[in-house]
Design a protein around this ligand. Structure first.
Ligand SMILES: NC(=O)c1ccc[n+]([C@@H]2O[C@H](COP(=O)([O-])OP(=O)(O)OC[C@H]3O[C@@H](n4cnc5c(N)ncnc54)[C@H](O)[C@@H]3O)[C@@H](O)[C@H]2O)c1
Length: 305
């Protein structure tokens, strides 16, 4: 049995990952300060430390628990907030990540899997972005995620720490909606299910590569088991505009989607789509859930929660 740490394991992706890792026989420890995560999402079989990844507790926890693998997902995830308060974003996403990687190397963790961002890192694209394409961050969030990637790569050089950087596209699915800010599908499906009005920022032509959370969990587990260290794009490889998304929601709910327009937010890219050929070739990963199926599953979860 492997002992794994999930930072951010009370969050949307982290809690889905924890459930699956426990289901397939791993011992799971979670570190989360619950700033956006939920206690109710914590798997009861996981050991839980409520603390900040930037705190001095981290050193003691690593020393005591002796993890085989580390999944680092805890982050300040709000792009707009990173523009307003880049220093706070730097503390969590760059320095906090650096601490997790440092203690992983010091305690001889077998591999670190890091949730980076594909959506924000490549800037505006005109074709599916591949890993070797130019990095063009348009927000402090993207800059700090990239800094964390490079720290992790350096740990491989300095300490032979194995790693997988997963540059995730726009992830959606059950547990994303926690009230307030979250991904657009989380907000739109919630509003569609409850009959509330949504806000459409910009003219609806902005595109994203939407990937379902179960596919992300699968990519993380395949990365853990892979012999390769490296950077991998994880996305559906399909571009959907916000207006296209609204059409899909209307098709599923058989209702008109009600929204109001507002000016676009700063730091947001206009087009985003990832090429996942490398993950397909080296990890044997591919997205399995199409957008319509994923939205249906998300709506089902919203109705039953
Ligand atoms: N959701 C997406 O579309 C998406 C896309 C690209 C990358 N990512 C990355 O995936 C990871 C998980 O994102 P998510 O969508 O599940 O977000 P989330 O907000 O649901 O999860 C983040 C978790 O980290 C915890 N956390 C935040 N700051 C912390 C701190 N300082 N110390 C300890 N815990 C802290 C939160 O309480 C939360 O449980 C993040 O690193 C995010 O940047 C997400």
């Amino acid at each position: 049995m492997n002992k794994v740490l999930i930072t951010g394991g009370a969050g949307f992706i982290g809690s889905n990952l924890a459930d699956e890792l426990i289901k397939i026989g791993n011992e799971v420890v979670i570190i989360d300060n619950l700033i956006s995560g939920k206690k109710g999402y914590l798997n009861p079989k996981a050991k839980f430390y409520k603390t900040n990844i930037c705190s001095n507790d981290i050193e003691k926890i690593f020393k005591k628990e002796k993890f085989d693998y580390v999944f680092h997902l805890a982050a300040q995830i709000d792009v707009g907030k990173s523009v307003e308060d880049p220093i706070f974003d730097n503390k969590i996403n760059a320095l906090g990540s650096l601490a997790i990687f440092k203690h992983s190397a010091k305690n001889r963790v077998k591999k670190v899997i890091f949730a980076s961002t594909g959506g924000a890192l490549y800037g505006d694209v005109s074709a599916p972005a591949a890993e070797e394409d130019l990095i063009y961050p348009l927000s402090p969030y993207a800059i700090h995620k990239y800094a964390a990637e490079r720290y992790l790569e350096l740990r491989k050089e300095l300490n032979n720490l194995n790693y997988a950087v997963l540059r995730l596209a726009n992830v959606y699915g059950p547990r994303q909606y926690k009230g307030g800010e979250c991904g657009v599908i989380g907000i739109f499906t919630h509003n569609a299910a409850s009959g509330n009005e949504s806000i459409l920022y910009g003219d609806g032509s902005k595109t994203r590569d939407y990937v379902y959370v179960d596919d992300i969990v699968n990519a993380m587990i395949l990365s853990k088991n892979s012999k390769y260290s490296g950077v991998f794009n994880i996305g559906a490889g399909k571009e959907t505009s916000v207006l296209g998304l609204i059409k899909t929601i209307e098709k599923i709910t058989k209702k008109r989607f009600i929204y109001n327009r507002k000016e676009d937010k700063p730091g947001e890219v206009k087009r985003s789509i990832l090429n996942y050929d490398k993950a397909k070739k080296l990890l044997g990963w591919r997205p399995r859930t199409d957008l319509e199926t994923g939205i249906r599953q998300t709506l089902k979860w919203l109705k039953n929660k």
